[in-house]
Design a protein around this ligand. Structure first.
Ligand code: DX5
Ligand code: ZN
Length: 241
C-alpha cells in the first residue's frame, strides 16, 4: 500500500485559493484535505461547502472533507453535492456516529472517522469494519501550525494492530504538526496517510515538499518492516513504550 500525501488547504493562502489548489494539482499529492470548522466543535471557523464547490472544477484530486463540526448531519449532503469524495466525522459525537457513517455511505462518499488526542482509541474500535479511513489527530484540532502531541503515537500502533488482526482495509491517517520528521515517526507506528498544512504550503516548491514527505515516510515504514518486526510485535503487546 502506497503512502497518501494530503496537503491541508488550511495551510494555504486563502487570498489566492484557486492558485493554491493548482499548486497542489501539480505537486504529485494524492488528496486535498479540507478542514471544515464550525466555531463550536472547535474554537475556529474555516470555510464551507460553497468554497469546496468553487474548488471542485479546479482539481481531479480526491477531496477529503474533515468535519470538525457539532452537527455534521446538516452538512453531509451539502458537502457531497459540493464535490467531496470522502467525509470524516469525529468519534467524539458519540451516539450520533453510527447514523452519520451510514448517511455518509448512502451519499456515495468514502467514510472517515476521526479521533482527538484526549479521546481513547478504544472508542473507534466498534466502527472499524464500517470505515475507509481512520484519522488520528496528532494535535487538538482548530488551528494549523501546532506541534504534535507524541502521546498519540501508541494510538497509531493500536489501530495498525487492529487492522492487521482483523484483515481490514481502512487507511490510517495523521493530522496536525506533520513535518518531515514527525511524519516518519508516525509511519514507523503504522500511519499511511499524511495530512500536512503549514509544512507543505510553507515551501515555495510544493512538489519537492510532497516528494520529500513521501520519501521519508516510505523509507521509515520500510525500515520498520525490515529491521524491527520483533520490536513491533513487542510494542503491540505493550512491552515497549
Ligand atoms: C487541525 C486540522 C489540520 C491542520 C494541520 O485542526 O485538522 O488538518 O490543517 O495543519 P498543520 O499541518 O499546519 O499542523
Ligand atoms: Zn484536518
Amino acid at each position: 500500500m502506497g503512502m497518501i500525501i494530503a496537503p491541508s488547504v488550511l495551510g494555504a493562502n486563502f487570498g489566492r485559493l484557486a492558485r493554491e489548489v493548482e499548486r497542489v494539482n501539480a505537486s504529485g499529492a494524492d488528496w486535498v484535505h479540507l478542514d471544515i470548522m464550525d466555531g463550536h466543535f472547535v474554537p475556529n471557523i474555516s470555510f464551507g461547502p460553497a468554497v469546496v464547490q468553487t474548488l471542485r472544477p479546479l482539481s481531479k484530486l480526491f477531496f477529503d472533507a474533515h468535519l470538525m463540526c457539532s452537527k455534521p448531519e446538516i452538512l453531509l449532503e451539502p458537502f457531497a453535492r459540493a464535490g467531496a469524495n470522502q467525509i470524516d466525522i469525529h468519534v467524539e459525537l458519540g451516539e450520533a456516529v453510527t447514523p452519520l457513517l451510514w448517511k455518509i455511505k448512502s451519499l456515495g462518499q468514502k467514510v472517515g472517522l476521526v479521533v482527538n488526542p484526549p479521546t481513547s482509541i478504544s472508542l473507534v474500535q466498534p466502527y472499524l469494519e464500517q470505515i475507509d479511513f481512520l484519522l488520528i489527530m496528532t494535535v487538538n484540532p482548530g488551528f494549523g501550525g501546532q506541534s504534535p502531541i507524541y502521546e498519540t503515537l501508541p494510538k497509531i500502533q493500536q489501530a495498525h494492530a487492529w487492522r492487521r488482526e482483523k484483515s481490514l482495509g481502512f487507511k490510517i491517517g495523521v493530522d496536525g504538526g506533520i513535518d518531515f520528521k514527525t511524519s516518519a515517526e508516525c509511519a514507523c507506528a503504522g500511519a499511511d496517510t499524511f495530512i500536512s498544512g503549514s509544512t507543505l504550503f510553507g515551501r515555495p516548491n510544493l512538489g519537492a515538499a510532497v516528494r520529500k514527505l513521501r520519501k521519508v515516510t516510505e523509507a521509515a515504514a520500510a525500515a520498520t518492516r525490515k529491521a524491527a518486526p520483533l520490536r513491533a510485535e513487542r510494542a503491540l503487546e505493550g512491552q515497549v513504550p
